[in-house]
Design a protein around this ligand. Sequence first.
Ligand code: SF4
Length: 321
Amino acid sequence: MPGITLYHPRIFITNYMDSIDARQTLAKQGYHLFGSGAVKPCLWLNRALRGGDQCYKHHFYGISSHRCVQMTPTLECNQLCLHCWRPIEDPVPEPKEWTEPDILLEGILREQQRLLSGYGGAKTTDMSRLAEAQSPRHVAISLMGEPTIYPYLKELIDLIAQKGMTSFLVSNGTHPDIIADLSPTQLYVSLNASDEETYRHVSQPSGDFWPKIMETLHLLKEHSCRSVVRMTLAKDLNMQRPEDFSRLLAAFEPDFIEVKAYMHLGRSRKRLARGAMPEHSEIVNFAKALGEGMGYEFAAEVPLSRVALLSSGRVSGSICR
Ligand code: SF4
């Protein structure tokens, strides 16, 4: 009788404590929590601010890592992907109240400023990049959780555009009805298997989502924004037959396909062996075979990130205006 046990005070306290524990874990790992969401400086922002190289999104799409805000409007996810580096085993329960999108965006941008302030006094900081970083140009809605669970996602994306920033939305594709209505600068749909059985094994979904993901992929052909299918590949898990992915994806005609190696990082180390991490050359070979099967051009690669980009040739790579 879930309706009764939910109100049992011990259960309530346990849930409350779980929530606090999960949030504390995230805070310790460098997540700056705000309302129902969070922002976290990625390692590429750190490198860029020290005058170093920038992330593959810079090489593929022209995004400056030091002007990118990596955030999420929700900490919840409806999958438990084996390759996920985030602390998904400690689920954060749905908040009692979702943070309104304008308050959330202001809070996230403020937190980003706060985390940047730590670079001001360091001798290693590239001061011209730090000055640029004060005015972010891009929001990557991709940090943790499934963003389509957040009920004001459309409003949030529209607010980002109103502030003159571009947005990348990364979704696992489980809510096609919501995706259909969104207009980020670039829409990513993750696809980590070419058949339902492998998908269930790799992503451990909390519902019957494979048909929903197929529905989302069907939307890409007609969607108004640039579209990317992103796949994260691990050896002996989901990178056996590129031709199966080609056959599946050919009908959906995404603008780009990003083929990324699983990286043995964070919590994923408890689920997958180090040997599951493909070499960059293996990613390139897989991407080339996939692209040949679809007539997509091999457009770019970043060996350090073990990622390759395939392009349909319909839109230009750079999003910079
Ligand atoms: S969908 Fe994304 S956030 Fe959720 S478990 Fe999979 S990789 Fe992690």
